[in-house]
Design a protein around this ligand. Structure first.
Ligand code: SF4
Ligand code: FES
Length: 232
């Protein structure tokens, strides 16, 4: 089948403003949007710029706005979309070139919640044990691949880039509810701030955007409840 692609392009070295480029490629319905982008880049216009690595929904590097929704190009089938397919960079982050955005503001929020296990007890001989129930408590949020689809789908983040954003909160959740971790208080203090969890208005764009089907809004609500519980 022939598929039309409408791609938002911008090269800061040449363009004064973003513009729309139009391409047509021959695809199978079961091809992914990433395959279509590769066909353009390899055979029509080598200057088209986008990120991708694993091509299997694991690395999180090819999140982009496809037909108005944040998705991974490598997990989105052509047959799920009409024609033309509109492809844009993620919103809310500076565009470096074409579909590549600057992830540094996103990673800065991620780093701010201490995304690593904190436990000052002497390490046991073998491992720090956990029950099945304790592990299940934070299982959902371990699935995050830091693709930024959630944070850049959030209108609060668009208007307030200082908002720590859903992805960083998901990562905080993963450690706050880990029975082996000892820094929950500190992370909750960071999240109980003007740029923290209370910015969330429960719009659910993040949950809808997440390619890992993480219950993002629920994770944010659980952290809000935990802050209130500890305050009491
Ligand atoms: S929570 Fe989901 S959408 Fe957000 S960064 Fe993680 S994997 Fe991506
Ligand atoms: S290229 Fe790795 S998630 Fe799509």
């Amino acid at each position: 089948m022939k598929v039309k692609l409408k791609i938002r392009r911008f090269d800061p070295e040449k363009d004064r403003a973003p513009w729309w480029a139009h391409y047509e490629v021959e695809c199978e319905p079961t091809d992914r949007v990433l395959d279509a982008l590769n066909l353009v880049k390899w055979y029509q216009d080598g200057s088209l710029t986008y990120r991708r690595s694993c091509a299997h929904g694991i690395c999180g590097s090819d999140a982009m706005r496809i037909n108005g929704r944040n998705r991974l190009a490598c997990k989105t089938l052509i047959q799920e979309l009409g024609s033309p397919i509109t492809i844009e960079p993620l919103l809310g982050l500076p565009v470096i070139k074409d579909l590549v955005v600057d992830m540094e503001p996103f990673m800065e929020h991620y780093r701010s919640i201490m995304p690593y296990l904190v436990n000052d007890d002497p390490p046991p001989a073998d491992e720090r044990l956990q029950s099945i129930a304790q592990r299940e408590r934070f299982d959902d949020t371990t699935k995050c691949i830091l693709c930024a689809a959630c944070t850049t789908a959030c209108p609060i983040f668009w208007s307030r880039p200082d908002y720590i954003g859903p992805a960083a909160i998901v990562q905080a959740h993963r450690f706050i509810f880990d029975s082996r971790d000892q820094a929950a208080e500190e992370r909750l203090r960071i999240l109980d701030s003007p740029s923290g969890v209370w910015r969330c208005r429960g719009i659910y764009n993040c949950t809808e955007a997440c390619p890992r089907e993480i219950q993002v809004t629920q994770a944010i609500a659980e952290i809000k409840r935990e802050i209130l519980r500890r305050r009491r």
